[in-house]
Design a protein around this ligand. Structure first.
Ligand SMILES: [Zn+2]
Length: 276
């Protein structure tokens, strides 16, 4: 059934576990994620990223997302991932996403606060929860050189200021992960995570979860991270399954990809501890 993102995050945060938040790019990936959630009777935050508007329109994404969420035997929230354009965030709220992310983390703190507050006001008026981001979660292109300075890690004082000034519901923080693939495992600052969790009092979100290492993710989930964003591992597993299995027809290609993505999600449920 379609469920509230915020209830799910609060419950996970209080229970010291994290809900997986995989990005879907088509009906197949959305269906595969929801099938695994149903099979495990486990909560899921089904996410669609603004950058994937090249694959689906918001109208298509909400129809697909809600279709599978409403029919699932598990609570499933529908989330806009990395909303950067106000009009896109506005449309996601109007169309029935249960939460949105406004990512103004590339801006100065004052501008991040201004943009986040604008979205919080609109979203809360519609009963929609908001995730913001502060600090810089790197990308694959920047290399593995997170020889981590305080510029990379989210600063506690700035995060507190943003949370207090905006009333945001959850916060994506930078503690050493990055988007895309890693060479080796990232160095995560559990100290900074503990400081942020103690200071902020709201569920934290980890981006760039793919390939971060099972122990790292488990510790994050126990230490205040209530949502882990995942994407790369799914598309890599789908591609590899197709390469390895050489399916001899298009339906078999789709099937191999679906099954590979389902296995990845089952594994993340075990790691993040939120399945029964
Ligand atoms: Zn992200």
């Amino acid at each position: 059934m379609l469920a509230s993102t915020q209830d799910m995050l609060r419950r996970a945060w209080e229970g010291c576990c994290a809900v997986p938040s995989p990005d879907f790019i088509d009906a197949n990936s959305a269906r595969a994620y929801c099938q695994v959630a149903s099979e495990l009777r486990a909560p899921l935050i089904l996410s669609f990223a603004e950058v994937h508007l090249t694959h689906l329109s918001l109208e298509e994404a909400v129809l697909i997302g809600r279709f599978y969420a409403e029919r699932a035997d598990a609570p499933i929230a529908l989330h806009l991932d990395h909303g950067v354009t106000f009009s896109v965030v506005e449309e996601a709220i109007a169309r029935g996403f249960t939460s949105v992310m406004i990512d103004a983390s590339g801006e100065e703190l004052s501008e991040n606060i201004r943009r986040t507050r604008e979205v919080v006001e609109l979203a809360h008026a519609h009963g929609v929860a908001v995730e913001a981001e502060i600090g810089h979660v790197g990308t694959e292109e920047e290399g593995n050189d997170h020889a981590l300075s305080d510029n990379v890690y989210t600063e506690v004082g700035a995060a507190q200021e943003l949370v207090q000034a905006t009333g945001v519901d959850s916060l994506a923080v930078s503690i050493g992960t990055k988007h895309g693939a890693y060479r080796g495992e990232p160095h995560i600052s559990f100290e900074r995570l503990a400081e942020l969790n103690a200071a902020l009092g709201i569920p934290l979100v980890l981006h760039g979860g793919s390939g971060s290492g099972d122990d790292n993710l488990r510790r994050c989930a126990q230490g205040g991270v209530a949502k882990v964003n995942l994407y790369t591992d799914f598309i890599v597993a789908a591609r590899d399954a197709v390469y390895d299995q050489h399916p001899d027809s298009w339906p078999k290609v789709l099937h191999a990809a679906d099954e590979a993505m389902k296995d990845v999600l089952r594994r993340y449920y075990r790691v993040l501890g939120c399945a029964q």
